[in-house]
Write a protein that binds this ligand. Sequence first.
Ligand SMILES: NC(=O)c1ccc[n+]([C@@H]2O[C@H](COP(=O)([O-])OP(=O)(O)OC[C@H]3O[C@@H](n4cnc5c(N)ncnc54)[C@H](OP(=O)(O)O)[C@@H]3O)[C@@H](O)[C@H]2O)c1
Length: 327
Amino acid sequence: MKIGILGATGAVGQQMIQCLIEQDIKVDELRLMASRRSVGKEIEFKGETLKVIEATENSFEGLDVILGAAGGKSSKHFAPFIKKAGAILIDNSSAFRLDKDVPLVIPEINGEDAKKHNGIIANPNCSTIIAFMALYGINKKSKLTKMIVSTYQAVSGAGIEGITELDNQIEALLNGKEIENSIFAHQIAYNCIPAIGTFLADGYTDEEMKMQNEGRKIMHLPNLNVTCTCVRVPIIRSHSISISFATERLLTIEEVREAISSSKGVKLMDDGINNVYPMPISTSDNDIIEVGRIREDKVIGGYSLFCSGDQIRKGAASNTVAIIKCL
Ligand SMILES: NC(=O)c1ccc[n+]([C@@H]2O[C@H](COP(=O)([O-])OP(=O)(O)OC[C@H]3O[C@@H](n4cnc5c(N)ncnc54)[C@H](OP(=O)(O)O)[C@@H]3O)[C@@H](O)[C@H]2O)c1
């Protein structure tokens, strides 16, 4: 298969290169594309040194699949040229996720949907993937009806520059220098910021609404109701999510634990009494979603849990590469 990565020098793009090897995808050609800034940059792939080229409207000829990791603006701009070249775009941005003719896919949950594509397949939002990976086994036992969610999102969710900003601020603080911020709205070092994305008229942000709107589409649950608060925390990698949920039928706690422990790609990290639970430090650079702190929640009439997962891997790159296999 001839594969192109659009945004190959970014946090997600670089991880995609690694995931192609790990998931044993047969790659006959790998074309690495980024902005003009990165032209000529050298990246190793299976013992070969590949040079990054500038993505232009003519860069996609002869390729079968393009993995999009260059943001929504680039994806929207290049999508018609990718289509013209006869390639399939598997995109990580939010540009096409809610379009009717674009499947939104987590392979463990709705891999079959990928086959209904018209040239574009979308990878869901990173927190959405992690949350529904934790819940899909439960949904098989009884359908989800509502969720109350809070996310604790790592700085690398904002790309490589998010990591640089946290590192620079910590260094400035330790050396008594002025703090500078451009990626995040406030100082993120030793702080948390309770808003991610763009504010909407009703007070939610667009990032928060993805949990409900994308969740409905992936899970085929048009009436699922979700309220979500997204929080940026000073962690390098791996998002964590607190979820309280209700299902049509009240499950037993044994059913909930069994559903989680039998879900592919998910690990139960909960013995109910000791300090065994998911943490970003243990899920970083790992494709498995950890789930724990499971307890009955009498307020919502269901259960509460806490999950953690590497948003650059399962929340983006490894999910995207796994979509190739669905085809
Ligand atoms: N980071 C995450 O945890 C995460 C999770 C899920 C989804 N996503 C999504 O994945 C996408 C990439 O995110 P990221 O975190 O990897 O961002 P990033 O680290 O900032 O990397 C952005 C990449 O896009 C390239 N790029 C920017 N403008 C371009 C242009 N006009 N033409 C071609 N390439 C261009 C950059 O190339 P240069 O190096 O040359 O600038 C770089 O390779 C975004 O849509 C993001 O929302 C990210």
